[in-house]
Unconditional design. Sequence first.
Length: 456
Amino acid sequence: MIAIEEKLKALEGKVFNRRNFMKVLSATGLLTLVDIQQIAASTSHAKGKVVIVGGGAAGLSIAAHLVRILDKADITLIDPSDRQYFQPGFTMIAVGIFQPDDIWKTQTSCIPKGVKWMKDEVVAIDADKNEIKTAKNGIQGYDFMVLVPGIQMNWEKVEGLSLDRLGQGNAHSAYDFEGSQKVWKAMQEFSRTGGKGVFVDTYTKIKCGGVPKKITLLTENYMRKQGMREKVNLNFFTAASKLYSKPYYTPRLEQIYKERNIPVTLNTKVKGVDLNAKKVYFETTEHIGEKERVKAFTEDYDFLHFAPPMSAPDFVGEAGLGWQEGSLARENWVMVDPETLVHKKYKNIISFGDVAGLPTSKTSAAVRKQTPIATANLISLMEGKEPTAKYDGYSCCPIVTGYKEVLLCEFVYDSKDVHSFPFSMQNTSKEQYSAWLLKKYVLKPLYFYGMITGLV
């Protein structure tokens, strides 16, 4: 394993591109660290105007697949961003492992050749008329739409907080590029001063749900490395009824928190934060028989890390494209079939990625597995056929429990654990160093040179 890490370190300075990425990983034997499925597809003569709403992981990935498969591709991608971020890298910046410039490229360099990029923002959709309204370019028609605008961070839904106030009152979040940089500076200062650290998640479905846990555990690990563990008091609060919802991995995660003396408070959500007084206002729900009792309490803090409530972008709900009932309705996640990723009402709409209302975790690993399913089914619809490709709910969350320690959590629908090669040969109910190598060295180049280029 040490020899593999030396190869990986040597690769950090290499200049990758779309052509040499797979060759370099294969030549060095590093393909064994990740389950890569190269996509093979025959050319399709299907016609139709395809509009992709969103230019993140999902939008770029499916655009790259479609432009390769459709011999007469008419694809427009609408996205306002100047940069393409490897967003799982935000956490790695927040704990000093990556540098900010390590995790982004210009959006121009990431748009697949043959795809028309409309640098604009979607403000409304009329699915009955097959029309999209943008902020600058007005109404855009489509025959087929790929709805992948990503997730909306609702910072202001916690009283006292907002995006522009990140860092004030030593309240931080790694769910933002600039914010993650502030986390790292604050963590280093916290290691010098000591005090009380409060770490909280949120009550909605969120992208990369492991982030609050990673920041908590890496903060603790960092304090130990700095010889300051006895000077800090760390506490984790979650709105969930258990620390983790995946049974195979939960026992070890609970054990880690216990071993490191980090109390976990369940069924608790943040109502507000007083940045001046450094106080967090919580609301906890207790069940006594059939009765439910809500109790409010306050925690002081010296260092706070939080996750904002999240939802589908407002225009999704306003267009009536989200679920109308059930647990996925509150945040307007797009109402898609969990297997085919086709919209339940509008059969010319495909949706996946963070915005999709699916009973699995919102991760880039999920997007990588969803993309070939969404591509195959969109092609089928364009050819007048029934969509038959099926997504099994695969997602993966590498919970970084310490520097060089990762609990690699892979699962499908119904929270059933699965294990990709070569990790299927290891005990993934416990931390694995090989998973750390995957997280630190492989996933970022895989994203930029394999995933969003349509190679894997």
